[in-house]
Design a protein around this ligand. Structure first.
Ligand code: SF4
Length: 645
């Protein structure tokens, strides 16, 4: 750290040498037992530290920042010094004439440092303190001055700044112990062979990770689910024909704890969640088919994502009631303010959503529209309202695409679906009708020859596309019954797109990569990868934005391009999707004491109009890693997550 020392010397020369009078200086600056954390990939060790040790590591990660903080007379003074310091690094970091140490750092570390500096400057800005009503700078200042104790700080907060300080100093360690691959210096066949060796290593690493998860097409899982199916059939005295009949499935949707607990094992916490749902009248519903995908013995082997999809947790119910009782809206996307007429939602220039029905075959716990989805027995369809909505589309020539969703429109009867598609197909300016449905996932029996005849009538190449958009969440949901349904749909030359919601339950290393691979070879195209909506009640499901970005770069990116066709997006209330791949669309503006990052999102149309940015408080990276650790994940494999902003 030649330059680090230089900069420190300069700093002391400038009279800011309070560190010498700070009796405890050596504990932050000297060689001590925390040196081992200099290495990247020590998350497990870091998570074992108490707060005091974490703070020691923090100051050791950037002794200059520590010195500036303790030598400042107040936080404003500290802000000035830190801005000057960061500007100074920024100037030198890519200056080829600089005699400072950065040029012996590799370009990737320097590029990472540039990002870290940008984030730290954002955090220091008074405007961002004002927006978030919090000052991370003041916390750091008080901590350095020992006006607050390490115990007053959240471990997530300290961990964020350890990573940031290391990053600023080109010491993230992400690139440590990685030599430039030899093929770069070779040419011709020699280079090709060496490159092949490197790529083979990547590939076997991917396969190693993918083997950790099952798909619903694994012979072992097919067999286990056949047993489940037989058990459920016996339970309901149902024939094979009944099972294949979607109406039988809908009639026997499981929506009470008694039936559910007689068919599948439920843990104490699952029972508590279900009881809470019943107590507060929060609907839950599972089709017999989807229930057959559960691991009946509840061993935790493979059905975590499936259970999480339909069993409301206690946390969810409490959060749901809290939001409802406080009068704050469950309508995160503020659909009420984007609905020009009943049954229509519009957020984009050429697309609108048509909502003919308010129920689904089964209810997903984290449904975006949980505020309006009702139990299937209470569902209604209003032809008059739909006629008005379709007339609105007819008179608005800017709309070329309609997404029919709801609820699940494919739960509606054949005649109504036919009527809806025929009315929309009569409108010349409609090029595409998308049907948003979870039927392929939870009720593949609904894909009947009769339904396909209707689709075929309106899906006309060159005139109008009718396609399906569905929501597979996990590779274990893709079963032989799903293949049967997708074969029928593909036989009608229709496309099926998948929108995955990236939740805690499908966010482990390469878990979503296996979903993409399995979808694609089953005839479905990965389309969007959604960040979970920031609804308070869905806290158990939410994953830090940094993880979705890490997943794209370190997992999805390794797959062939034809498989990773989905785009990661964040849905900005009212305004719609912001791309998470694009840093122009969002930036970190604060790290709160809870360890949560606050992001500012610049909506998709910010180059077209002066739309207000949207501020979003994410879930804490530290808490996410801690949860993974409790679920026996190797958190060291996720260490670079801190450097995704
Ligand atoms: S299928 Fe869609 S609309 Fe229905 S509950 Fe699930 S997410 Fe909500």
């Amino acid at each position: 750290m030649k330059n680090g020392n230089n900069r420190q010397d300069n700093h002391i020369k400038n009279g800011n040498n309070r560190q010498d009078s700070h009796g405890d200086h050596n504990r932050h600056n000297g060689h001590n037992s925390h040196n081992k954390y200099d290495k990247y990939g020590m998350m497990k060790e870091l998570m074992k530290c108490d707060n005091e040790s974490l703070v020691h590591i923090l100051w050791k990660s950037d002794t200059q920042i520590f010195n500036m903080l303790i030598s400042s007379s107040n936080s404003h003074d500290a802000r000035d010094k830190l801005f000057n310091h960061l500007n100074d690094i920024e100037r030198h970091i890519f200056n080829i004439y600089s005699d400072l140490h950065f040029k012996d750092k590799n370009i990737l570390e320097r590029n990472n440092a540039k990002e870290c500096i940008k984030v730290f400057k954002n955090i220091l800005r008074t405007e961002n303190e004002n927006i978030t009503s919090f000052s991370a700078l003041k916390m750091l200042y008080k901590l350095a001055k020992e006006k607050i104790s390490p115990e007053d700080l959240n471990r997530g907060f300290i961990s964020e700044f350890i990573s940031l300080f290391k990053g600023i100093n080109c010491n993230s360690g992400i690139y440590n112990e990685k030599e430039v691959p030899p093929f770069v210096k070779l040419a011709g066949l020699e280079a090709s062979l060496e490159r092949t060796r490197v790529l083979d290593n990547y590939s076997s690493n991917i396969e190693h990770h993918l083997r950790r998860y099952k798909t619903g097409l694994d012979p072992d899982l097919i067999e286990r689910r056949q047993c489940n199916k037989r058990f459920i059939q016996e339970f309901f005295s149902c024939s094979e024909n009944d099972w294949r009949n979607y109406k039988w499935q809908l009639k026997h949707v499981i929506d009470d704890i008694d039936t559910l607990s007689k068919i599948v094992g439920l843990s104490h916490s699952e029972m508590r969640g279900l009881e809470c749902a019943v107590k507060h009248d929060i609907p839950f519903q599972i089709t017999p088919y989807y229930l057959s995908l559960f691991d009946r013995k509840n061993t935790g082997d493979y059905d975590h994502a499936i259970r999480a999809q339909v069993l409301p947790s206690e946390n969810y119910c409490v959060g749901y009631m809290k939001s409802k009782d406080s009068g704050s809206s469950l309508d995160f996307m503020d659909e009420k303010s984007t609905s020009p007429i009943k049954g229509i939602t519009r957020r984009y220039p050429q697309i609108c959503i048509l909502k003919p029905f308010d129920a689904c075959g089964q209810i997903c716990v984290y449904c975006q529209r949980n505020w309006e989805i009702v139990n299937i027995k209470d569902a209604t369809f209003s032809k008059e309202a739909m006629e008005d909505a379709i007339n609105w589309i007819d008179t608005n020539h800017n709309i070329s695409e309609v997404l029919i969703t709801g609820g699940d429109p494919l739960i509606l009867g054949k005649d109504i679906i036919d009527w809806l598609l025929s009315k929309l197909s009569e409108i010349d300016h409609i090029d595409r009708i998308r049907i948003g449905t979870r039927v392929p996932v939870v009720l593949p029996q609904r894909i009947t020859y009769g339904l396909m005849d209707i689709f075929s009538e309106y899906h006309e190449l060159g005139t109008r596309e009718v396609c399906l958009v569905t929501h597979f969440e996990h590779p274990t949901e893709i079963t032989p019954s799903v293949l049967w349904a997708t074969n029928m749909i593909k036989a009608a030359k229709m496309n099926i797109y998948n929108q995955q919601v990236f939740t805690y339950y499908n966010s482990k290393k390469f878990e979503s990569a296996l979903l993409r691979k399995t979808l694609k070879k089953s005839g479905m195209d990965p389309y969007y990868q959604f960040n979970t909506k920031g609804k308070d009640e869905t806290i158990d499901y939410r994953v830090p934005i940094a993880r979705i970005e890490q997943e794209r770069k370190e997992e999805a990116r390794l797959l062939p391009g034809s498989i990773r066709t989905d785009e990661p997006v964040f849905n900005v209330p009212r305004l719609g999707k912001s791309a998470l791949n694009s840093w122009q669309d969002h930036e970190v503006i604060m790290i709160l004491n809870s360890g949560k990052r606050v992001y500012r999102f610049y909506p998709w149309e910010s180059k077209q109009a002066l739309v207000e940015p949207y501020n979003y408080t994410d879930v804490s990276i530290y808490d996410y890693l801690n949860r993974l650790k409790h679920d026996n994940e190797d958190v060291d494999e996720y260490s670079s997550i801190w450097y995704y902003f």
